[in-house]
Structures are given as C-alpha cells and as structure tokens.
Write a protein that binds this ligand. Structure first.
Ligand SMILES: Nc1ncnc2c1ncn2[C@@H]1O[C@H](COP(=O)(O)OP(=O)(O)OP(=O)(O)O)[C@@H](O)[C@H]1O
Length: 307
C-alpha cells in the first residue's frame, strides 16, 4: 500500500481537488461535487482524490452527505454540478468503463434480496461477461474470501445482516475490481462480524484502492491511513489520520470539533456555516468590507455637509 500523500489540512470552501503525490495515480476523483434536492444541498462542492493503493475513510455524522457523494462517484446519481471519475473515467459519460474497475457496496446492501447468494453472484458474473470456467472460479474465490459457504443457497432476505453485508461485499468483488467504494460496510454488525469484515478489508487493502464510509471512529484507525471528512455536505478535513489530532485530544474530540458539537455532551454548538474548516482562517469578504466602508464614507460626507 502506498503512503498517503495528501495535504494534511483542509481546504477552503472552494478547494482544488487534492491530487496526491507526483507518483500517485488518481483512482477515485471527486471534483466539485454538489447535489441539490430543490434548494437543499445534500453536498456542496466536495473535492478529493484517492490515489492507487490508498485506503481512505470517508467520515461524517448522520446526514453529512457520505452516501450521496458515494452514489455520485459510482455513477448511481448524477451530480448537480461537478465531475466524478473512477480510474480516469467520467462516471456521467463513461460509466461502463469506470464500472469495470469498480466494486460498490451500497448502504442498503445487495440488490435482489429474493435471490440466493449463489444466484446473485452467478448473475453478476454473467453480466460482467465471464465465461463458465472463470465464473465458477471467481464465485469460489469470493465465497471463500467473504466466508459465505454455509449460506450460499439460502435466500438473501432470510440471512442475518452480517451475512447480507458479506454477500454485498462478494458481489462488489466478483470481477476483481481495482477500486472499492464501500458504504458503511460494518453498519449494524455485531462485534464478531465487525472483526471479520475488518480482517477482510485489511487483506483487500494490501492490493486495492478503497474508499469506505463510516461514522465509527475506531474503524478509521483500524483500516485507513487517511481521512476525508464532511459535515452538512461540505468537506471539513482531508489528510492523514495522525495529523487530525495534533493536540492529542482524541478522535472523538476532533470529530465533535469539526462538526460543531460539544465534545463532552455531543450537543450542537453553532450553525454549520460557522464551523471552522481545519486550517482555514476566517475569510473576510472584501467586497462587503469595501461596500461597508463606502456607506460609512457617504454617511460621514452627508453629516459634514449638514454641519
Ligand atoms: N432523494 C433525496 N431527496 C431529498 N433529500 C435527500 C435525498 N437523499 C438524501 N437526502 C438528504 O441529503 C442529506 C445527505 O444524505 P446522505 O444519505 O448522503 O447522508 P450520510 O452522510 O450518508 O448519512 P448516514 O450516515 O445517516 O447514512 C440528508 O439530509 C438526506 O436527508
């Protein structure tokens, strides 16, 4: 796995995408991604890059816009503005080529819950154009990797959440993609299942480029080397985990700080627009300052004339 090469500190409200180091090949690129539902912005101008071999945790509280960003990256949702690229392919215009390199685990788990894991994997392998022999060996491989052999012929909707999640993972891996986008892969699992998924991810992280969303902070240190964090649709941090907490207050504290919450009570402290971005000094709108100065000047001139 390559070292993280991103900048430690984030960004202004309208940042250029992080391009990583000179040798890094960008495999996942979010370039100014915004998604509007009416006037509500689910994400606002989100930009970041994940280079080949990186494992990046995509952090944020509930409703921050993680799934929306991931859906845009995978081509399941069209961005209102911005561009999503997988392995260099624009997912709005060249989704098929991008999808060849991509495995996606949606937050909702595998599609077609009435099928069996075997039926589902066979269906996706077929759709990916595999011949009989390749299909059989790929199914065996992912069933083994995701420890699914005991449930392979049971309907997916009768499986526990942990097994369903593993079926989703197997489906994402069936065509050996270089890039994995995993939306909360451990959500709703018990501690043993979480350990299992983390082990699988650690193994996969040796050779793949992974973006995984979570709001579990332990997950971050266990699996990723870098963090991209969003809050209420905006990117608030992009950098290595080590640089997130320079004062040693703990990741819980940093998470609260970056999302404008009290680190002790968890209560929301300020409106999103007032939450400072890490490394961002308060921006002064020079146009407003100038117009305010002009107004004051006009007032003073009028007063002088009145005198
Ligand atoms: N189709 C939609 N129409 C309107 N609003 C939506 C739609 N989809 C998502 N949203 C809103 O966009 C915001 C971001 O949602 P999103 O699911 O991306 O957040 P998330 O970070 O993945 O949250 P969670 O951790 O709870 O899964 C939320 O306020 C959500 O209610």
């Amino acid at each position: 796995m390559s070292e993280s090469t991103s900048t430690a500190v984030a960004p202004e409200s309208n940042p250029a995408p992080s391009t990583g180091g000179a040798s890094g090949t960008p495999m996942i690129e979010a370039i100014g991604l915004s998604k509007y539902y009416g006037i509500f912005a689910a994400t606002r101008d989100v930009s970041f890059t994940v280079n080949k071999g990186e494992v990046v945790a995509f952090l944020g509280p509930n409703g921050a816009g993680k799934s929306t960003t991931m859906k845009m990256l995978t081509g399941y949702l069209s961005p209102s503005t911005g561009v999503a690229k997988i392995a260099g392919h624009d997912m709005s215009h060249d989704r098929l080529a991008g999808s060849r390199n991509l495995g996606y685990l949606p937050e909702t788990g595998p599609l077609y819950p009435e099928m069996t894991p075997y039926g589902l994997l066979d269906f996706f392998a077929e759709a990916r154009g595999m011949n009989k022999k390749t299909k059989r060996s790929q199914i065996e491989k992912v069933v083994d990797l995701c420890a699914l052999s005991s449930v392979i012929y049971k309907p997916i909707n009768k499986l526990s959440k942990g097994y369903r999640q593993r079926v989703g993972m197997a489906q994402a891996l069936i065509h050996e993609p270089e890039v994995l986008i995993l939306d909360e892969p451990t959500s709703g699992l018990d501690p043993n299942q979480i350990r299992g998924v983390r082990q699988t991810m650690t193994r996969l992280g040796q050779e793949k480029t992974i973006l995984l969303s979570t709001h579990i902070l332990q997950e971050v240190t266990a699996m990723a080397s870098r963090v991209v964090m969003i809050n209420e649709g905006r990117k608030v941090y992009d950098g290595p985990i080590d640089a997130m907490d320079p004062d040693g207050n703990g990741l819980d504290h940093v998470f609260a700080d970056l999302t404008g919450h009290d680190p002790v009570t968890g209560a929301k402290l300020v409106s999103d627009d007032d939450v400072p971005k890490r490394g961002q000094t308060q921006q002064v709108d020079e146009d407003s300052v100038e117009s305010l100065e002009n107004e004051i000047l006009e007032d003073e001139t009028t007063e002088e004339a009145d005198d």
